[in-house]
Design a binder for this molecule. Structure first.
Ligand code: ARG
Length: 256
């Protein structure tokens, strides 16, 4: 009787251990700031976008279970530092400054900053923004590009997300927004009633590449890079790119 009872307990604890070590414990948490269409935005309570489809393809290829969470931009970086998330995907530019605190995957998208302004604007290049009120999302490369040209300034208005930065232009609080080209072009295209124009400046803005971001010395970079390379080579990346941008990507720039 006694012996039987003991066996039962051992059996139960073994089952408990198995249940704990598989399932939810292995799920990676990936953070984003879902206010940056067409890369990540909310459709109801669903996060959709190029980054979302790309992440899904990469994680499937790598055989990793994950959950994508809408953390917001500044909180995402804090969550990475605290290792509350295992990774982030959010149209995040790989740069030397960030590389000091985080790791990145291989590049998956080429981007450049661009100006969004109202029709009839006198702005022709980034230099024309000097002395004007311009909005950016706080802590983005758009902010960094402006500060590099003009120094830190009261005229650079920083918002928690890019939707609010665009709102400031619509409200007349600023004369222009600086953000990633695909994002401002998407906004202009989808909102013809707002009568906006985009202004590119390939001399004063630099080409950038997005990467998946990880806490420093995280565990998953290698398998994710392998999966990224695979989907770029096997056409899955091209399929996702065409779905969101309606044209063929130049995958060679990602391989340099
Ligand atoms: N590429 C720019 C940067 O890394 C802007 C990214 C903003 N992303 C977002 N989901 N709001 O600074």
């Amino acid at each position: 009787m006694k012996r039987k009872f003991k066996m039962g307990l051992i059996g139960l604890s073994a089952a408990f251990l198995v249940a704990c070590s598989s399932g939810s414990g292995d799920k990676l948490t990936v953070g984003t700031d879902a206010a940056y269409a067409p890369f990540e935005s909310l459709d109801g309570d669903k996060i959709v976008g190029f980054d979302v489809d790309l992440l899904d393809a990469v994680m499937k290829e790598a055989g990793l279970d994950y959950e994508l969470k809408n953390k917001g931009w500044d909180p995402l970086f804090i969550a990475l530092q605290n290792e509350e998330v295992d990774a982030g995907i959010s149209a995040i530019t790989i740069n030397d400054d960030r590389k000091k605190s985080y790791d990145f995957s291989s590049p998956y998208f080429e981007s450049i900053n661009m100006i969004l302004a109202k029709e009839g604007t006198s702005i022709k290049s980034a230099k024309d923004l000097e002395g004007m009120k311009v909005s950016v999302q706080n802590g983005t490369t758009g902010q960094a590009a402006l500060e590099k040209m003009f120094g830190k300034s009261e005229n650079i208005k920083k918002y928690e997300n890019n939707v609010l930065a665009i709102q400031a232009l619509l409200n007349g609080e600023v004369e222009a927004v600086v953000a990633d080209n695909a994002v401002v072009q998407e906004y202009e295209k989808n909102n013809p009633d707002k009568k906006l124009v985009t202004i590119s400046d390939k001399e004063n803005f630099e080409s950038e590449f997005y990467g998946i971001i990880f806490p420093k010395d995280g565990e998953h970079q290698e398998e994710i890079n392998k999966a990224m390379k695979k989907i770029i080579d096997d056409g899955k990346y091209t399929e996702i790119y065409k779905k969101w941008f309606g044209e063929e990507p130049n995958v060679d720039v990602l391989k340099q």
